[in-house]
Design a protein around this ligand. Sequence first.
Ligand code: ATP
Ligand code: MG
Length: 281
Amino acid sequence: MSSSNEISRLLRFNPGDKVVDVDPRATPGFDGKKADGAEVQSERSARLAELQELLYANHKARGDHRSILLVLQGMDAAGKGGIVKHVVGAVNPMGVRYTAFGKPTEEELAHHYLWRIRKALPPTGHIGVFDRSHYEDVLIVRVHNLVPPDVWEPRYDEINAFERELVAGGTTVVKVAMFISLDEQKQQLLERLDDPTKHWKYNPGDVDERKLWPKYQEAYQAMLDRTSTEYAPWHVVPCDRRWYSRLAVTELLIEALERLDLSWPPADFDIEAERRRLLET
Ligand code: ATP
Ligand code: MG
């Protein structure tokens, strides 16, 4: 991967970008092959783990109030599960708050759509992971007309205001839109059918969603156009090559953490005196 400073710039969604122009097979910022990817991945995972520990340590020892929120959005089989397992899985679970957002329950539906989201926000010092998110309320909800347009339409602005407030409170919001091609999705779903250990992941409804691809593209376009803000920009991550998407999300998290400029909290006790005391026991 080129310097980590570049990846968020390379992948950032800028107003005017078109979803139909995204090449899901691309590997921006990384010109290596899959094998090189594996080597870099293990190195960068170690760096990510170290930075996460720094974040946690600063919260514990210095009362640092900051946190990170990783928002993962993508079509079925885009690889959200793989990001959680391989990227987030590389850091200490103690410092992670993971939440998957499925179809809302009766109770959730009785509340404002941000109710369940607010409850799942990362505590200070933690990395929150949203596996799907409040953006479902302008994606599937829009595509399936689950509520009328005059209800989902104001949500873009509302979500921006919500995220602005999060950022002001010390949360860095890292938004990742995962792009898989229709064809690669088919391959992934076929693999699930062919492998008995993956049948649990197969959802017949995913085949019906495939027919709505153009409507989803339209909904993604609107989401990106309207909610990629200065304070919480979207990153478009090509996902047909899974090794790449994992590396890219790892780098995005590393960058976000490095921007916090953390250092190891110094001892608030006399180290030499403690050493003597300890050795006497
Ligand atoms: P995956 O995210 O990998 O598809 P899954 O299929 O196992 O996981 P489910 O618990 O079935 O997860 O939930 C995912 C489904 O819930 C998706 O189809 C998603 O679009 C839908 N969903 C999430 N949030 C909402 C929402 N606010 N309104 C309606 N549907 C939603
Ligand atoms: Mg699913």
